[in-house]
Write a protein that binds this ligand. Structure first.
Ligand code: BJW
Length: 259
């Protein structure tokens, strides 16, 4: 019952919202079949800690291991579809004048669900680049066109350096333009919706605090408490594929009641 009340409260804020900032993490894609970043992995990967693989140092020490880790994740992501949570977030763009969806995810599921205004903070699983930025930062490489595309990793056709995923690893800088756009969206939001992130990775984890400080209502959707829960005006404890469609339905009811 308390959850229903909280969903109604969140839906009411969204019904009146003019500028919405959304921060998503791996949890929003979990119901599509993509393991979260900090989930225990299966099979061969069960003995590795993903946070130890997502670093430039790991790639320098063992490029094959890190390349194969991303190849494994590309294979999972290739066969999955957006879930009801992604679709509910995309539908918000039809109802709220300005929606900025800031994602830490490297899958394409928000775009596939129809979200248009997406800021990708941590890059893209299907994009690759030259490790040495030999033709400028970044030097994108389409691995499908490479003669050695099945190598682990393939090499840059311009300079022969290893090709790496175009994602942001620990210790690497995020795109300044993306980061600025994300902080601006948080700073100007009336509502900040946080979905499916453990809230431990910076600078993404700072965004809800910026929004809160600027006066936004903060809504968190996550089955578990996180370090961001203390900032939330409402914590909707549950899976985003279940909770977000209910929030959307409540918002439509609130909009109908206001007409
Ligand atoms: C559900 C659910 C369901 C389950 N529905 N929910 C300040 C203080 C301390 C440290 C730092 C700091 N500033 C920077 C740092 C260092 C570091 C950092 O943050 N470290 C902390 C971990 C201590 N940050 C960086 O290094 C960043 N770079 C940087 O700041 O550079 C500065 C610089 C400037 C100039 C020059 C050079 C440097 C970069 C961070 C990059 C993070 N990259 C990764 C890998 C990306 C590629 C890949 O995916 O492989 O991004 S790490 C990983 O964590 C990945 C994720 O995007 C990110 C966040 O994870 P996320 O999405 O929250 O997933 P999970 O698995 O943690 O959580 C899932 C959640 O879902 C859970 O809460 C579940 O309960 C929930 N859930 N089912 C809804 N059905």
């Amino acid at each position: 019952m308390a959850l229903d009340d909280d969903i109604r409260q969140a839906a009411g804020w969204l019904a009146g919202c003019k500028r919405l900032a959304i921060l998503t993490g791996a949890g929003v894609s979990k119901e599509s079949g993509i393991p979260t970043f900090r989930d225990a992995l299966d099979g061969l990967w069960a003995r590795y800690d993903p946070t130890q693989l997502a670093t430039p140092e790991a790639f320098a020490a063992d490029p094959k291991l890190v390349w194969d880790f991303y190849a494994y994740r590309r294979q999972i992501a290739r066969d999955v579809q957006p879930n009801a949570g992604h679709r509910a977030l995309a539908a918000l763009e039809q109802r709220i004048p300005t929606v900025t969806l800031i994602t830490q995810n490297i899958d394409d599921l928000h775009e596939l669900a129809g979200s248009k205004n997406v800021i990708r903070l941590h890059g893209r699983l299907t994009a690759n680049k030259c490790l040495n930025h030999c033709q400028g930062e970044p030097t994108p490489i389409d691995i499908a066109t490479l003669p050695n595309k099945d190598a682990s990793p393939p090499t840059c056709p311009h300079c022969g350096a290893p090709v790496r995923p175009d994602v942001v690893w620990f210790g690497e800088a995020l795109s300044p333009a993306n980061l600025q756009a994300a902080f601006d969206a948080a700073d100007h939001a009336d509502v900040m919706l946080i979905v499916g992130t453990s809230g431990v990775v910076n600078p993404a984890a700072q965004l809800p605090g910026v929004a809160k400080h600027a006066g936004a209502k903060v809504i968190e959707v996550n089955p578990e408490r996180t370090p961001l829960t203390r900032l939330a005006d409402v914590w909707l404890a549950g899976a985003s594929g279940d909770i977000l469609p209910r929030v959307m339905a409540g918002m439509m009811n609130a909009l109908d009641a206001n007409e």
